[in-house]
Design a protein around this ligand. Structure first.
Ligand code: ARG
Length: 607
C-alpha cells in the first residue's frame, strides 16, 4: 500500500463535496504531502487555501468542513486544522502496526504494480566504441540501469537499448593506425589490447589532441589522413568496411568487462552502424513529406520558427535548424537518431522513449524531439533524462592523472581499493571490540571490496539529483558513515547478524508474522518509514529520479539507527516485544536490500 494514495483516497469524496470543479479534485489531492515537521503529524494537506479561494470562503472553515466530511476511519488520529488552513494528519499507531505486519508477508514490500502498464525504451550507456570509455558514459550506464530496474519493478515493459557510437571518427584513427603502425603478432594474440594501443599511439601523433577527434578542417596531416579513412569507411570502401568488421568484435570485447563488473546487462546494442543503411530513406521521406528542404546543397529540417538557414547568422538562431544531410553527402547524428526513433516505434511501439544522456546534448534532443513529432511520432513521450558532469576535487571536469579521457576500469579499481582500505580498518576495529565478523580470506576480502567499491561508485552517482554535477571523491564515496552505499550495506549486514547471532530463521516473520507493537516513538517512526517505500519508488519512477530512492534509504537508515539505540531487540522486555522488533529488523534488511537492488547495488550478508 502507498500511504499517500491511501490518504488521497480517504479525502477524495470530502474534497469533491467542496470543490467547485470535480475534474480538479486530483489536483487538489496532490497537495497532500509528507509533513515537513514530524511534530505536526505524518502528512499534511494544504488544499484548503486553494479550495477556499475558488469558493470565496475562509481557508480554516473549508479545512474544518473537509475534516468533518471525512468518513469515520480508525486509520487516522483525529485530523487537526492549523494556522491558515493546514490539515495535519497522523496515522493511528494501531493502523501502522497492522500495516507493517501485513508488509512482512508481502514479497513486494508494499509496492503495487503500476496501474497503467506502459512500454518504455531506455537509451542508455551509449559509449563510443574503440575509444577508452569516458566517465560521462559511466553516469549514463548507472542512471540508465537504475531506471530500467525501477520501471521494471513497477511492471512496465522496459527495453534497454545501447546506442553505441560505433560508426564515428574514432574508426578513422584505428584504420589509419592499423594500416601504418600495426603489430601483426600483437593483433593476432590480443586484438583488444592492440587496438587500444593503436588508438592511443595515433592520437599521440596528432599535433594537438582534442577530446572529440572533431571532423572539422585541419592542417594536421595525420588527423587529415584519419578523417579520410573515416570518409572512405562511410562511403562503403570495401577494404575499410572489412577492417571495421574485424575490429568491431574486439571493440565490443573492450566494453564487456566493465558492464560485467557494473552488473549491467542491456537488452540491445543497436549502434549507429545499424542505422547506416536506413539513412538515405529517412532523408528521402523527410523531403517527400515537406518536413525537410534543400538549403545550399545540404538537406535541413527548419527550426520551430520555420527558419531554413540561408546565411551564417541564420545558423546561429537559438534553436538551430537540423541538418540531416551535409553538403558533402554525409549524414549526421540527427539523421541517425531519427532513423533510430522510426525503428524503435516500428519494433517496440513504446509509450515513452527515455534518453539517458549528458545535459550538454540538451539542444540536440530538444530539436530531435520536435522534429520527430513533426515527422508523425507525436503520440509518444520523449524525455531527455539528462545528467550533469562528474567533477574532480578541483571542481573542474574529471580527469585522471594521465589527462584526457578516463580509463573507466582504472577508476573502478581505485574505488574498490579505497573500499578495501576502509573495510580492513573497520574490520580490525570491530574485531578488536569483539563483534561478529567473518573470517577474512583473501577471496572474501576481494568480494567484499568489489561489492562495496562498485556500490560506492554507483551510489555516489545516484544519490544527488542527476541534473547536478558531482565531485568524484573515492574517499568520501566509500565512507562508512553518512549517505553512502557502504553505510547501507553495513546496515543490511547488521540486520542479518542479529538473526545469525541467535540462530533465528527470519522465514517465520515473513509467513506467520507476530503482532507488531509500536510503543516507543522510535518504533513508530521506523514503522512509518518502512511503509513509505512504495511512495519513494513511485516518485522516483514518475520523474525518472533515482535519488528519491537513495534519499528514502537515508531516512530509513536514520530511523533504524534511532530505533537501534533506543529499543533493545534480542534483550527486549517480553518475548512478544522481541518478536515485534525482530520483525521490524527483518523488514529493514529486506527493504534496504530491495532498494539497493533497484539501484543496481549488491549487498553481502556478512561484512
Ligand atoms: N554516443 C553518444 C555520445 O557519446 C551518446 C548516444 C546517446 N544516444 C542517442 N540516441 N543519441 O555522445
Amino acid at each position: 500500500m502507498n500511504l499517500l494514495t491511501h490518504l488521497r483516497t480517504l479525502f477524495g469524496p470530502a474534497v469533491g463535496a467542496v470543490a467547485p470543479d470535480p475534474a480538479k479534485v486530483p489536483d487538489y489531492l496532490a497537495a497532500i504531502k509528507p509533513a515537513g515537521n514530524p511534530e505536526h503529524g505524518d502528512y499534511q494537506a494544504n488544499f484548503a487555501m486553494a479550495l477556499a479561494k475558488a469558493a470565496g470562503r475562509k481557508p480554516p472553515e473549508v479545512a474544518k468542513d473537509i475534516v468533518a466530511a471525512l468518513p469515520p476511519t480508525a486509520d487516522l488520529d483525529p485530523p487537526t486544522v492549523a494556522g491558515p488552513g493546514f490539515i495535519n494528519l497522523k496515522f493511528s499507531s494501531a493502523f501502522l502496526a497492522r500495516a507493517v505486519q501485513s508488509l512482512a508477508t508481502d514479497p513486494r514490500l508494499g509496492t503495487p504494480l503500476a496501474a497503467l502498464q506502459k512500454t518504455f525504451v531506455i537509451d542508455l550507456s551509449g559509449p563510443n566504441v574503440a575509444k577508452p570509455l569516458h566517465v560521462g558514459h559511466l553516469r549514463s550506464t548507472i542512471i540508465g540501469d537504475a531506471l530500467v530496474r525501477i520501471l521494471r519493478y513497477l511492471g512496465h515493459t522496459v527495453v534497454g537499448d545501447n546506442h553505441l557510437g560505433d560508426w564515428g571518427t574514432q574508426f578513422g584513427i584505428l584504420l589509419y593506425g592499423y594500416k601504418h603502425h600495426r603489430d601483426d603478432a600483437a593483433f593476432a594474440a590480443d586484438p583488444v589490447r592492440e587496438l587500444a594501443r593503436l588508438y592511443i599511439a595515433v592520437r599521440k601523433l596528432f599535433k594537438q589532441v582534442t577530446d572529440d577527434d572533431d571532423e572539422g578542417p585541419t592542417d594536421d596531416p595525420v588527423k587529415k589522413a584519419c578523417q579520410e579513412e573515416t570518409a572512405k569507411l562511410h562511403a562503403g570502401d570495401p577494404e575499410n568496411v572489412a577492417l571495421w568488421r574485424t575490429f568491431m568484435p574486439a571493440c565490443l570485447e573492450m566494453l564487456r568487462p566493465i558492464y560485467d563488473r557494473l552488473d549491467v546487462h542491456i537488452d540491445h546494442a543497436l549502434g549507429e552502424s545499424f542505422y547506416n543503411p536506413m539513412l538515405p530513406s529517412v532523408v528521402a521521406d523527410l523531403l517527400a513529406k515537406g518536413i525537410a528542404a534543400e538549403s545550399k546543397g545540404a538537406v535541413v529540417v527548419p527550426n520551430a520558427k520555420g527558419v531554413i538557414p540561408q546565411t551564417d547568422a541564420d545558423q546561429k538562431k537559438e534553436e538551430p535548424p537540423a541538418i540531416v544531410r551535409k553538403r558533402d553527402g554525409a549524414f549526421t547524428y540527427t539523421t541517425t537518431d531519427l532513423a533510430t526513433i522510426r525503428h524503435r516505434m516500428d519494433t517496440w511501439k513504446p509509450d515513452a522513449m527515455l534518453y539517458v544522456v549528458d545535459a550538454r546534448q540538451a539542444l540536440h534532443f530538444k530539436t530531435l524531439f520536435a522534429n520527430a513529432r513533426r515527422w508523425g511520432y507525436d503520440g509518444v513521450e520523449f524525455q531527455h533524462v539528462q545528467f550533469g558532469s562528474i567533477l574532480g576535487k578541483d571542481k573542474k571536469p574529471f580527469q585522471t592523472r594521465a589527462g584526457g579521457v578516463v580509463e573507466l576500469s582504472a577508476l573502478l579499481d581505485e574505488a574498490a581499493d579505497a573500499a578495501l582500505t576502509k573495510y580492513e580498518a573497520s574490520y580490525a576495529d570491530r574485531k578488536a571490540h569483539g563483534h561478529d565478523v567473518p573470517e577474512l580470506t583473501d577471496a572474501v576480502k576481494r568480494d567484499i571490496a568489489e561489492v562495496v567499491g562498485i556500490g560506492a561508485v554507483k551510489y555516489a552517482d545516484l544519490s544527488g539529483n542527476r541534473t547536478s554535477d558531482y565531485v568524484y571523491d573515492p574517499d568520501k564515496m566509500t565512507a562508512t558513515d553518512g549517505n553512502t552505499a557502504s553505510y547501507m550495506q553495513y546496515a543490511y549486514a547488521r540486520c542479518c547478524a542479529i538473526f545469525r547471532k541467535e540462530n533465528i530463521d527470519p522465514a517465520r516473520f515473513r509467513t506467520d508474522p507476530p503482532a507488531v507493537i509500536l510503543g516507543e516513538p522510535a518504533e513508530r517512526a521506523l514503522a512509518l518509514q518502512l511503509l513509505r517505500f512504495p511512495e519513494a519508488i513511485d516518485a522516483a519512477a514518475a520523474d525518472y529520479l533515482p535519488h528519491l530512492i537513495t534519499g528514502y534509504l537515508w531516512d530509513l537508515a536514520k530511523a533504524y539507527s534511532v530505533f537501534f539505540e533506543n529499543c533493545p531487540v534480542l534483550k527486549a522486555a517480553t518475548p512478544e516485544l522481541r518478536d515485534s522488533r525482530l520483525l521490524l529488523v527483518d523488514l529493514v534488511g529486506r527493504t534496504i536490500r530491495r532498494a539497493l537492488d533497484l539501484l543496481g547495488i549488491r549487498v553481502v550478508e556478512r561484512m
